[in-house]
Design a protein around this ligand. Structure first.
Ligand SMILES: NC(=O)c1ccc[n+]([C@@H]2O[C@H](COP(=O)([O-])OP(=O)(O)OC[C@H]3O[C@@H](n4cnc5c(N)ncnc54)[C@H](O)[C@@H]3O)[C@@H](O)[C@H]2O)c1
Length: 338
């Protein structure tokens, strides 16, 4: 694959003022909420008449819930006028400087839509896909304006999980990546830029690793599905709200990541083989991970880092103490083994 120099006027020369959102399903609606509540104008387009008719009221009801929870800076009636629904794709992309595609997860549909978007918009407009799994090389490689195409994969819902993966293809210009990360930062979504395209990106690969193991454990009669959910919801998930898996390895083990890998690495390697994956962590990778994490959390101040973690977890526990989760099934619910 060759990477010709980007043509046309370069994206990211000015801040995005108007985003066109194509597809008004759950992700399109949620993006509209994120962009509009951060002051960005939103022009939506949706092919399904039923979805088109209810989209704006769905945006409004989500904004109302956020306002009532104290999570919106302005009243809903000041945010809503920024969001409009267009009758045609052409009208939705007119005057937009950024397009966020949110249609069904179907390669042919995305390929056709990106061809149309490439034809309808100026080369300075960034064309981003919300796709959860499909790399931009598969739907944009043959387009004349492919240099402004990339993936901006949100976590669902993006007004709650404020992080998104930015995945450029080899042909995506650095200006398009910069425009995407600038826009995300402005709307308070943390951008995570991947170094290369990979199916499923990283968010869903991590989620997939947990799900693969969970399905095996349920299949083998080790645990019920509801108890898996409880362990993640009350355990891993809460911990990961404060620190990620590498920082957990660093702070949960005296001796840090290297010691953790020494003690637990062989156990995980055996579990991998049990599941058909013989891919143990190498010394080189462990060194790389430890070095990167220690730049942020020097091992010399390990005791203080652990105290900081504990203080952060106590603060989160205090925020959550009156939170009653209506979706948390009791652990004995539906507990029939397979
Ligand atoms: N649901 C999630 O958890 C999640 C998370 C991150 C990313 N995504 C990705 O976001 C995208 C949208 O997912 P969703 O869950 O909102 O799907 P959805 O089915 O709820 O909505 C898709 C919408 O796109 C519309 N549509 C289809 N073709 C169209 C076209 N050519 N022009 C305009 N509208 C069109 C459909 O009518 C539908 O309303 C997918 O690529 C998905 O992989 C989904």
């Amino acid at each position: 694959m060759t990477s010709p120099p980007p043509l046309g006027s370069s994206p990211a020369t000015h801040a995005t003022e108007t985003v066109a959102i194509i597809g008004a399903g759950s992700i399109g609606i949620a993006w509209a909420v994120v962009f509009a509540s951060a002051g960005v104008r939103v022009q939506m387009f949706e092919t399904h008449e039923g979805a088109r008719l209810i989209a704006l009221s769905e945006v409004e009801s989500m904004l109302t819930d956020l306002f009532e929870a104290g999570l919106l800076e302005e009243p809903v009636d000041q945010v809503m006028p920024r969001v409009t629904m267009s009758e045609t794709l052409e009208a939705a992309v007119e005057h937009a400087d950024f397009v966020q595609e949110c249609v069904v997860e179907d390669l042919d549909v995305k390929r056709g839509l990106f061809a149309e978007l490439d034809r309808l918009t100026d080369r300075s407009v960034v064309l981003a896909s919300s796709t959860s799994t499909i790399i931009a090389s598969l739907f944009a490689e043959d387009l004349p304006g492919r240099e402004r195409c990339l993936v901006v994969h949100p976590a669902n819902p993006p007004y709650f999980l404020r992080v998104a993966e930015v995945v450029p293809a080899p042909f995506t210009s650095t200006a398009a990546v910069a425009a995407a990360t600038d826009l995300l930062t402005r709307v308070r979504i943390t951008p995570v830029v991947l170094h290369r395209e990979i199916e499923g990106f990283v968010f869903n690969r991590l989620q997939g690793a947990v799900l693969r193991e969970a399905y095996c454990l349920v299949r083998d009669g080790v645990i019920t599905p509801n108890d898996v959910d409880t362990l993640v919801r009350e355990g891993l998930g809460l911990r990961w709200a404060v620190i990620g898996p590498f920082t957990t390895s660093e702070l949960n083990t005296r001796g840090g990541i290297r010691r953790h890998a020494e003690v637990i690495g062989p156990v995980y390697a055996r579990i991998g083989i049990e599941r058909g994956t013989d891919d143990p962590w190498t010394g080189e990778t462990i060194e790389h991970v430890a070095g990167q994490i220690e730049r942020r959390l020097p091992h010399a101040t390990w005791e203080e880092n652990v105290r900081e973690r504990d203080r952060a977890m106590i603060r989160l526990a205090s925020l959550l103490q009156h939170f009653e989760n209506p979706l948390a099934a009791p652990s004995h619910a539906a507990a029939s083994p397979l």
